[in-house]
Design a protein around this ligand. Structure first.
Ligand code: PAF
Length: 301
């Protein structure tokens, strides 16, 4: 049977009408900036397993891009995105323009990510996470979703969205989904389309470093950092911004005595493209790579 093309809503009224047309049951949202790939398809598939209806939002949010970042060259592939949404059985696609989301221009009041938004990615991209949380908050309100699915690939974003939902009492379940990788280990990302063939080869050092780090997990934090760094230094064309082993809740470096779950995260520039990747790891005897962190905080009743 040919799957139905999802309803496309461009305005708030069309979204409300489309939302009202969903006949009962839990509604999930998968938020995207378009340029969908297999990582997004996996988020949608996971959402379909956990909810009766799935809304996908496609919105290239200007608020989360710095003035020198890649907003103007970010891939826009709406027709291909719709093919993926159709194939994956999405019910409703919300694809607004910026004036629908920000009718009065850039909002004066925004959701602040606080100190966790100033480290790692936030250090290189000031204001980025305030822009992310503001749009995620708005899209949660507009879609009225019961649960929202985000990839572990953007670990800091995921942590901050969880914190926002908890700290500001959003009545939504935030679900994390493991990073989807190409067969050679490269984490899927819409920005991978910027990579030349040579860049792509260079970029593999990120996932290799994470793998090497995770393999050293039984030996403790300094062994993990050392093993990962040893891979990165062999690839001078990757300009590494940071390689850290941090606590998954605080993003503070874990001390040498630490045993338990930690986030091994790396970011760097390859050619003209900034890439990030991470591996959740269990540090200590029997440790190694994890798919996602085990302690998913419950929604408050
Ligand atoms: O991860 C992304 O694609 C974006 O940051 C998000 C969550 C859709 C908000 O614009």
């Amino acid at each position: 049977m040919t799957p139905n093309t999802p309803v496309v809503a461009r305005t708030r009224i069309e979204l409300r009408d489309g939302r009202e047309g969903l006949d009962g049951g839990r509604v999930a949202v998968v938020m995207t900036m378009g340029a969908l790939h297999d990582g997004h398809a996996t988020l949608i598939r996971t959402a379909r397993e956990r909810a009766e209806h799935v809304i996908v939002t496609i919105f290239l949010n200007p608020l989360q891009f710095g003035p020198k970042e890649d907003l103007s060259r970010y891939p826009r592939t709406f027709d291909a995105d719709m093919e993926i949404c159709t194939r994956e059985g999405v019910d409703l696609v919300f694809a607004p323009t910026p004036d629908v989301i920000y009718p009065d221009g850039d909002p004066g009041v925004r959701i602040s990510a606080g100190p966790l938004g100033d480290v790692l990615e936030g250090q290189s991209r000031p204001g980025h996470f305030d822009g992310v949380l503001t749009v995620v908050g708005k899209l949660l309100h507009l879609t009225g979703a019961d649960c929202a699915f985000f990839g572990q690939k953007d670990a800091q974003q995921l942590l901050l969205i969880r914190r926002m939902a908890q700290d500001l009492d959003f009545p939504v379940e935030i679900v994390s989904v493991a990073t989807v990788r190409e067969s050679d280990g490269l984490a899927m990302s819409s920005r991978n389309t910027y990579l030349t063939e040579a860049d792509r080869e260079t970029a593999l050092c990120l996932s290799r470093a994470l793998r090497a780090g995770a393999e050293a997990a039984p030996e403790g934090p300094s062994a993990i950092r050392r093993a990962a760094r040893a891979v990165l230094v062999r690839e001078p064309l990757a300009l590494i911004d940071y390689l850290v082993l941090v606590h998954p809740h605080t993003l503070n470096d874990v001390p040498e005595w630490y045993r338990g779950e930690a986030l091994l995260a790396v970011a760097g520039r390859v050619g003209t493209t900034r890439l990030i990747d991470n591996a959740p790891v269990l540090v200590g005897p029997g440790g190694g790579a994890l798919e996602v962190f085990s302690d998913v905080p419950a929604v408050r009743p």
